[in-house]
Design a protein around this ligand. Structure first.
Ligand code: AMP
Length: 178
């Protein structure tokens, strides 16, 4: 029997929703069961990179921390480099920083000043799009280095939060919408 690759619905069924984590009112989407299943993990990388072939992307940018897991694997598949965007204070070399709004207060993400070259074609990947603050801050950093964003891909989108509006200038893809 020929085995078919897992679909987005198969991946969706494996995602576990944890109520009130890390604080009351948050429905946390736990992707660890997807990562632990080789077929689901592999299918999620295939689907996240579906619009691209090796040679179409110079770097895959992953967002701290769960984005790294998907972006690293996607970079290997697309034969591209991997670049981390991290929370402020974690990267060892000189950085550019970008602040963004959280529900309460602000946060800052950073990228190394030499992480990308002018004109590099970049695919940004994170596990989840919520309000879009994190991904749009990451996009500002990538554009600030002169690179060109050819796509932003998420495993999960919380559609009811409307984060996609903040990314309307980019091709955005999400595999699963809640
Ligand atoms: P936002 O900036 O609001 O789009 O939030 C996106 C970032 O926060 C991503 O890096 C996610 O990993 C994390 N995040 C936000 N909401 C959730 C959630 N309900 N479950 C899991 N991760 C979340």
């Amino acid at each position: 029997m020929i085995e078919t690759a897992p679909s987005c619905s198969d991946i969706q069924r494996a995602i576990r929703t944890i109520p009130d984590f890390p604080k009351p009112g948050i429905q946390f989407k736990d992707i660890t069961p997807v990562l632990a299943d080789a077929r689901l993990f592999s299918a999620s990388i295939d689907l996240l990179t579906e619009d691209f072939r090796p040679g179409m992307v110079d770097a895959v940018v992953g967002i701290d921390a769960r984005g790294f897991i998907f972006a690293g694997a996607a970079a290997l598949k697309l034969q591209a480099g991997f670049v981390p965007i991290r929370k402020k204070g974690k990267l060892p070399y000189q950085t550019h920083e970008q602040e963004y709004a959280l529900e309460y207060g602000t946060a800052v993400v950073a990228v190394h000043v030499d992480a990308l070259k002018r004109g590099d074609r970049v695919l940004i990947i994170d596990d989840l799009l919520a309000t879009g603050g994190t991904a749009s801050a990451a996009a500002v950093l990538v554009k600030g280095l002169g690179a060109r964003i050819v796509g932003i891909s998420f495993l999960i989108e919380l559609g009811f939060l409307g984060g996609r509006k903040k990314l309307s200038e980019f091709p955005v893809r999400s595999l699963i919408v809640f």
